[in-house]
Ligand binder design. Sequence first.
Ligand code: HEM
Length: 412
Amino acid sequence: MSTVPDSHLSESSEDGKVSLAKLLKHIHMISQSLRINDGLDSCPVFDEKTGGCPFKRMTKNGTPFVKEMEYKQWLNILTKSAAQDPVLALSKELKEGTRKSHKEAENVHFVKDFVRGKIERNSYVKLLGGLYHVYSSMEEELDGLSQHNAWYRDNMHFPNELRRSTVLLEDWQYFTNSTSVPRLEDASDCTKEYVQRLHELGKSKGDSILLLAHTYTRYLGDLSGGRVLGRVLRRTFSLPEEGQGWAFYRFDLIKSPNKFKVAYRKALDTIPLGTDGTDVDRIVDEANVAFLMNMRIFSEIDYLAGKATSRPNSLSVAIAEMRGRKIEEEDKNKCPFLNPAQKSGNEENEGQCPFPFVLLHDPKQGMERMMAALQNPLQGLQRVIAAPDAFAAYIFVALIAVIIAVRFYNQL
Ligand code: HEM
């Protein structure tokens, strides 16, 4: 009781401490008598046979669960402010994670021809027909998602502002001078694959949220580079400013595309996702698949127009290749101090960048390890010694620190 801080007392005086002590003693007495009289000498909620009260249990670190939770909360606050909560910043992860795909998409022959105003009318009609099916399927599934996912309906469903299937049909009818609707049976193979994937995602129970990777790829793209492409298209086919043929590039209900994009990104960042980052990884992966599917449609049009010698290869192979390239890329970006063959005998060190070098390229993980080491210095030291790389890293960093300190001291 002598260590009860003043902030926990109603008044900062000895009287306050005394009355609090009395109160706690009273509660203790009542709880003792309840335990004895009512047989409540075990946790009334959790079953003793399956481990009893979780709050009393010790964690692997040798600390009580409650303490660990407290520490984790602090860790959360610290790492959140240090790394700006990368797990939750889905929009940033999407932008970063699809940067390479975006570059590749810009460099597809069909897209380059489009930008140079060299696209042929026939090819453009094929694109409109393909995109009509893609957007119709995506928007059908999004309407479905809005029926059973209240969060999506309230935060990210903008059918009036964004719907593109209707304007794509208008443009297609303008270019084909008809009143008919493109038939899915006549669509290209890559279009059908894309449509199938969208329906699969929409109908699946656990993966329908991945549809948002497709809305990101298409809608944010249309609101960004799409506007440039709209201007190019008007010039290419001499379309009048107020006329038909380019409704796809106009978002009449969105006054400021930039503000809308900001709001859309914010909404992306509030999607209720798991905190371990796997949902984010899956959505980013699916966005890359979406980019790939779009590129395949472009390349296929080039092939059908005789501008490419081969069709795009099978979708599963293309996805596997894309993921393989990503893993290679990640391997290249791995810590140079990490020895993949390292067997430290300590599971927690396995395959991890030796602390403290991790601080240089992954401050979040570095902070976590530092906190863990501070919390349990003995275990922290054991871990470092168990991993020779980490030990060498410590010595190296310590030496650098000493050299800097000596030089600094000499300059004074
Ligand atoms: C030559 C063709 C293209 C050009 C010139 C172009 C240009 C741009 C520009 C200027 C931005 C804005 C970047 C920003 O706000 O920071 C952007 C964003 C975007 N583009 Fe493209 N783009 C092209 C093709 C594509 C294609 C084919 C797709 C996908 C099908 C695509 C998807 C996106 C997406 C999803 C964004 C939003 C990125 C974000 O802010 O997270 N773009 N593009």
